[in-house]
Design a protein around this ligand. Structure first.
Ligand code: EPU
Length: 430
């Protein structure tokens, strides 16, 4: 089983290239099934969740080519099944994007119910409400979501919660419905906007993505396109916090600074220096980190996907900090692992009260989910001594070459499979 072996203590220094956004790429791949023509996508991240979705698409007849690691050409002109009952797909959240895409184009979809990271109860009532408002009948049978409609007709839909997944799913179905759909209280995340831009480049008529109200005028057909996926704001934010936690000096390249404003603001508050240029951000942590408070919120608020990373920084900061998780109720599971490394954190409901400590110490720990796993790696990079991180398959779901990119910044981290590999690493790092 693969693990990360980490020897902490080196400040991370240098430049790191950020890849395409996983959470934009997933719906974009699903939406590629909505045209019979070829779609050419660049800046595709080579991570596990993407590859699972690509394999599932191939099994229903989508033709795919990968001219290089970050480019995909897809043609869904010969889809042979609208039933996507794939064991592997169960593990990823984004499987449900195929409901919106296939329902929109073919008026029928049966897709395995989604899994994804275990970070709390993840309802899909708003997706179902949206599909029904467009005229679909939706049932859940034998572990599949089944949606079908003779006609899909535009509607006025108010989302009870700001949901990335529901906004994206309903937007896809409405793209090929008759007439006008309005989604109110829509999610505003950059990946929602990226999907809207992608669909518009295929001939859709979507306005207002990135605001609370999205208006979609249905079209009867979509055509092929060439498209480049936006940079991953969470991968970028993770490296920015890695700079802070290791007292380093890191420049994240190929980013959209506007998407990172809430992250930049918090880094400034805790005493880092942040310099922005057109598509780069440099984070320098030369002073002791200071405490602060943070509450996760939908975009443009501080992202829930950065909550473990900021907690890892605050647990090494002077004073007492409070982190409130307002999106998912079960996103503090990693705190037990961080405590084993010396952190002092008390979790009460959706709040973590953090008393800063001077240092972490290496330990044997497990990644409980994708973002928490990455955050624990950052903690290990700052810790005294050796850390072994187990269950890194979670991290590989969403971070491409995580350990190689960290090595490029001077981190002592290696992917190990056996006790012998680990002993070699131990000898090498002294
Ligand atoms: N919600 C409902 N009903 C619904 C849908 C959502 O009550 O029908 C609630 C959820 O329970 C949650 C809140 O609304 O409390 C927000 O959920 P949302 O639908 O926005 O999340 P998601 O679409 O399931 C995506 C990302 C997550 C990210 C969240 C929040 C993907 C594939 N996943 O999940 O990313 O945390 O948005 O920004 O895009 C990750 O990449 O590590 C990850 C977990």
């Amino acid at each position: 089983m693969e693990q990360y072996a980490i020897k902490g203590g080196n400040p991370l220094v240098g430049d790191v290239e950020i890849g395409g956004a996983k959470n934009a790429a997933l719906p974009i791949l699903a939406a590629s099934t909505m045209t019979d023509e070829s779609v050419y996508i660049e800046n595709m991240p080579d991570v596990r969740d993407i590859n699972v979705l690509l394999e599932a698409l191939e099994r229903i007849g989508v033709m795919e080519k990968r001219p290089d690691r970050h480019k995909v050409v897809m043609n869904a002109g010969n889809i042979n099944s609208l039933v996507v009952d794939d064991e592997a797909l169960k593990k990823i959240r984004a499987s449900y994007y195929l409901v919106g895409a296939l329902l929109g184009k073919y008026r029928h979809a049966e897709v395995v119910l989604p899994g994804g990271c275990d970070i709390g109860f993840r309802a899909i009532d708003q997706h179902i409400k949206g599909f029904r408002a467009l005229g679909a009948s939706v049932t859940i049978e034998h572990g599949l979501i089944k949606a079908e409609a003779e006609r899909l007709v535009g509607s006025h839909i108010y989302m009870d919660v700001s949901s990335v997944g529901a906004t994206i799913n309903v937007m896809m179905a409405a793209t090929m419905a008759e007439g006008m759909t309005t989604i109110e209280n829509a999610a505003k995340e950059p990946h929602v906007v990226d999907l809207a831009n992608f669909l518009n480049s295929m001939g859709a008529n979507i306005k207002g993505a990135g605001t609370d109200v999205i208006r979609i005028k249905g079209v009867t057909r979509l055509h092929g396109t060439e498209y480049t996926i936006i940079p991953d704001q969470i991968e970028a934010g993770t490296f920015m916090f890695a700079a802070a936690v290791t007292k380093g000096d890191v420049t994240v390249k190929n980013v959209i600074p506007k998407h990172l404003e809430s992250i930049t603001a918090k880094l400034l508050e805790i005493g880092c220096e942040v310099e922005e240029t057109d598509d780069c951000i440099r984070v320098v942590a030369s002073k002791p980190l200071q405490h602060t408070h943070v509450k996760t919120l939908p975009y443009p608020g501080f992202p829930t996907d950065m909550q473990p990373q900021i907690t890892v920084a605050l647990a090494l900061s002077e004073g007492t900090s409070i982190v409130t998780e307002s999106i998912f109720e079960n996103r503090f599971k990693y705190v037990d692992e961080l405590t084993r490394m010396g952190a002092s954190i008390k979790v009460e409901g959706n709040t973590a009260i953090i008393t800063g400590v001077k240092r972490y110490t290496g330990a044997s720990i497990s990644a409980p989910d994708l973002r928490a796993g990455a955050a624990l790696v950052i903690a290990a990079l700052a810790a005294e001594g050796l850390t072994m991180v187990d269950d890194i398959r979670y991290i590989q779901r969403g971070y491409e070459d995580f350990h190689l990119k960290l090595q490029g910044l001077g981190a002592q981290i290696e992917l190990v499979e056996t006790e012998k590999d680990f002993q070699k690493f131990r000898l090498k790092t002294g």
